[in-house]
Design a binder for this molecule. Structure first.
Ligand SMILES: [Zn+2]
Length: 800
């Protein structure tokens, strides 16, 4: 399949104008769906093309004349077009298209609880063409008028309000001009909670089998929505740009959420059963605020080409953390940012694949390359850069520039230069020089604390100016002082702080690696848990995680910090994130396979110590359930339905316990099947798939492989099964499958870029010894699709 190139997109955008779509989707047949689109446009050239992926029985009519042989399986050649200044063209394309289970296209899902069927068009970069024939590029924004034929008992949601319904048909009002990759359709027997906010119809929707969960959380979801909405409409001059604001928890979405104008989709794992942990509620609030920010950044004003995805994602990421804290009452949102996000961005900046936050368009030559850049650089580093920009520029000037930008390009497209024009006009500072260093240059700076005698001196390696808070502590990490520092080429002496423990960027205003001296590591090892300030603790944990990944801090020294300081940790997000990171990425990339069991044991002991000394029972128990190798302890919890510290074993916790017991060889296939039946939901099916693959036998691993290798395996089943197959504690059992994975993955990846990401992610999680790293290097010398190649190179770089 040809991947749209920058040159093609530029040529087509220069020719075309006044594009609009009249779209009819017929979902009544369960084998395939009907797609009929009328595309209207003006052009100054006689020829161009539409994209349509995988169409059957395709018919094309151009200005009333049927055209034979125009379709080659991925593109429809259009020739003989009218090019006069007042002449329009009308192309009608009818096709049958396949449903998918990989979250890229018309995704279909049958709920095991009640047998209900849900059909949703999940599009995104290069995917809309799997739903209807279109000019699949972001700078040909167009109004879409949608008609859907479906089961009359269903609810159908899309980017705007329903204008008219008939027995089995829904007609939506034309949208304002929207990016083609943000079209959405969600059809099925949704459980809906709707409300009105300031005259705008809003709603939260979930599968009918999740009605109790939606009802349980509805008040909070509505409150967050309304508070964020009011906050954004206060921050921005441009009013909310669309006519509805629906939010839907959907099955099988590949992303955390998708910012479709007027109708945001969220992966329905964000609506879990049981008790929603505070750390998950906070994360969900950040995602809600992130997606709403996109209504302005990305939807109202969109990038022209994919080099500028940071203009959507960095802004939404920054606003998500800022606004969930400022407006929605989730104090300490930035604590989570430093724990779960910043280490990923620093890591991404060490890989060969690193790139500037804002690359040049030529560095993103086609949409496959663009698909690889939805990464920690575009999201996290970009958000950090914006936080630094606000610190450096001041919020007033920043918002004045942003507002001028949004107004100037409303319902249009814009790039870095346009934003710089607006910020430049709003600020006396040299914003362009700042952007050159912060946005156009890849790699991270490093900030070190050195000493002139006893006096600490801050030194920057790199190229960027930093404005940051520096904090001084005594040896027990009690804060004694803090000061703002502008750090550039010249080192900065911190007079008055002789002999103090000094932590630069303890509140995270800037983005840089921080290298601490040995004395500071000693203080951290002794006293991190007693440091008062949650944010500073999160930054220090982040610094420690990054130091292990960057090989500044030996793994064993980090593990001693976990052993001593995790039990005294009182911030629930820190407990969860540190244990997850230790058992996840750090173990996969920095520990030899024969240490895996011992590292699990160490984390488990730290959690037990936390429970003994009065730590939050729920949080430490959940972390313990992921690490424990004590079959008696886990078996007791399963039998009693309560843990030793009286935490109720709800469905999510029960599955963690079942999975550990499966890994330890205590539960067999029949036990797991009993648990799956007892659960009866889609989440239970996936948890059981992981548990089955975790069983420590060669037969179980082979069974897991067969699941992965099935032609129609869903994206979620693939991930759930791979997670079990590659368990770090069974590296020797999984070893034969490394070669098989490397051989099969390019074939699996042929399903498309979105599934390639799923396949590639699976390759990042398993332990590789030297021989297997050799296999990976060898595989990279062959033909590997762009998106998969990127994942594999990243996996290699993280381990070497
Ligand atoms: Zn986003």
């Amino acid at each position: 399949m040809p991947s749209l190139t920058l040159a093609e997109a530029r040529t087509r955008a220069a020719l075309l104008s006044d594009v609009s779509y009249d779209l009819e989707l017929d979902l009544t047949d369960t084998g395939s769906f009907g797609s009929r689109v009328t595309v209207r446009f003006a052009t100054t050239g006689p020829a161009t093309f539409l994209e349509l992926h995988g169409g059957q029985d395709v018919t094309v009519t151009v200005n009333g004349t049927p055209v034979e042989a125009a379709y080659d399986g991925s593109r429809i050649a259009l020739t003989g077009l009218r090019t006069g200044p007042s002449e329009g063209n009308e192309v009608v394309v009818e096709a049958r298209l396949p449903y998918v289970t990989d979250g890229a296209g018309m995704h279909t899902f049958t709920d095991p609880v009640d047998g209900e069927r849900y059909v949703s068009a999940y599009v995104g970069i290069d995917i809309t063409q799997r739903v209807f024939a279109c000019f699949d590029q972001v700078d040909l924004k167009a109004p879409i008028t949608l008609r859907v034929v479906a089961d009359p008992a269903w609810t159908v949601l899309s980017n705007g309000p329903v204008a008219m319904t008939q027995a089995d048909a829904w007609e939506f009002a034309p949208t304002p001009p929207i990016p083609i990759d943000l079209f959405v359709l969600c059809a099925g027997p949704w459980h809906s909670r709707t409300f009105d906010h300031g005259g705008l119809p809003m709603g939260w929707h979930a599968r009918r089998s999740l009605a109790d969960e939606l009802d349980r959380d509805f008040d909070e979801l509505r409150r967050i929505t309304e508070q964020c909405f009011d906050h954004y409409t206060g921050l921005f001059d441009e009013p909310f740009p669309f006519d509805t604001y629906d939010q839907v928890f959907v099955p099988g979405l590949n992303w955390g959420a998708m910012e479709n104008p007027g109708c945001v989709t969220y992966r329905d794992e964000l609506l879990p059963r049981g008790r929603v942990a505070d750390v998950d509620r906070r994360l969900r609030a950040v995602v809600i605020a992130h997606e709403m920010a996109h209504m302005w950044f990305g939807d109202l004003v969109s990038q022209t080409w994919w080099e500028d995805i940071w203009l959507s994602e960095s802004f939404a990421e920054y606003m998500g953390f800022r606004v969930s804290e400022e407006a929605a009452g989730f104090g300490g949102a930035w604590v989570g940012f430093h724990l779960t996000h910043t280490p990923r961005a620093l890591n991404a900046d060490r890989r060969r694949s690193t790139h500037p936050v804002a690359p040049l368009p030529e560095d993103v030559p086609d949409v496959d390359t663009a698909s690889t850049n939805f990464d920690a650089i575009s999201y996290v580093k970009g958000a950090s850069a914006l936080r630094q920009l606000v610190t450096w520029l001041g919020d007033t000037d920043f918002l004045a520039g942003v507002n001028a930008h949004l107004t100037a390009h409303r319902f249009g497209n814009a790039g870095l230069d346009d934003l710089m024009d607006a910020l430049d006009a709003a600020s006396p500072r040299d914003v362009r020089a700042w952007a050159e260093l912060w946005l156009r240059t890849s790699g991270h700076d490093t900030i070190r604390v050195e000493h002139d005698g006893e006096v600490p001196v801050l030194v920057r390696e790199g190229c960027r100016p930093h404005r940051l808070l520096v904090t001084a502590y005594d040896d027990g990490l009690a804060e004694v002082d803090r000061r703002w520092v502008d750090l550039d080429r010249e080192p900065v002496r911190l007079d008055g702080w002789a002999g103090r423990v000094v932590v630069p960027n303890a509140h995270g205003e800037t983005f840089a690696r921080v290298v601490l001296d040995d004395g500071t590591w000693s203080a951290v090892g002794e006293a991190l848990g007693s440091l008062e300030d949650d944010l500073a603790r999160s930054v220090l944990w982040c610094t420690a995680l990054d130091a292990v990944a960057g090989r500044d801090l030996p793994l064993e020294r980090f593990l001693r910090i976990v052993e001593r300081q995790l039990p005294t940790e009182r911030h629930l997000g820190i407990v969860a994130a540190v244990s997850d990171a230790t058992l996840g990425p750090l173990l996969a990339t920095r520990a030899p396979a024969d240490r895996a069991a011992a590292v699990h044991e160490l984390v488990a002991e730290a959690c037990r110590a936390g429970l003994r000394t009065g730590g939050d029972p729920s949080t430490f128990t959940r972390a313990l359930a992921r690490a424990s190798r004590d079959a008696d302890e886990l078996g007791r919890w399963l039998a009693d339905g309560r843990t030793d510290h009286d935490v109720e074993v709800d469905a999510p916790l029960r599955w963690r316990v079942v999975q550990r017991l499966a890994l330890l060889g205590v539960l067999d296939g029949a036990d797991i099947e009993r648990e799956r039946r007892r659960d009866g939901t889609a989440t239970g099916d996936l948890a059981a798939a992981t548990a089955l693959a975790l069983r420590p036998t060669a037969a179980a691993k082979e069974e897991a492989w067969t699941r992965l290798d099935a032609d129609d395996v869903s994206n979620r089943t693939f991930t759930a099964t791979a997670t079990g197959l590659w368990a770090a504690e069974h590296a020797e059992l999984a070893a034969p499958y490394v070669r098989r994975y490397l051989e099969a993955a390019p074939r699996w990846a042929a399903r498309g870029p979105a599934f390639s990401i799923v396949v590639g992610e699976a390759g990042k999680t398993f332990l590789l010894d030297d021989a297997q790293l050799g296999l990976l290097r060898e595989a990279l010398e062959g033909e590997v699709p762009t998106v998969l190649r990127r994942a594999w190179e990243d996996a290699l770089d993280d381990r070497t």
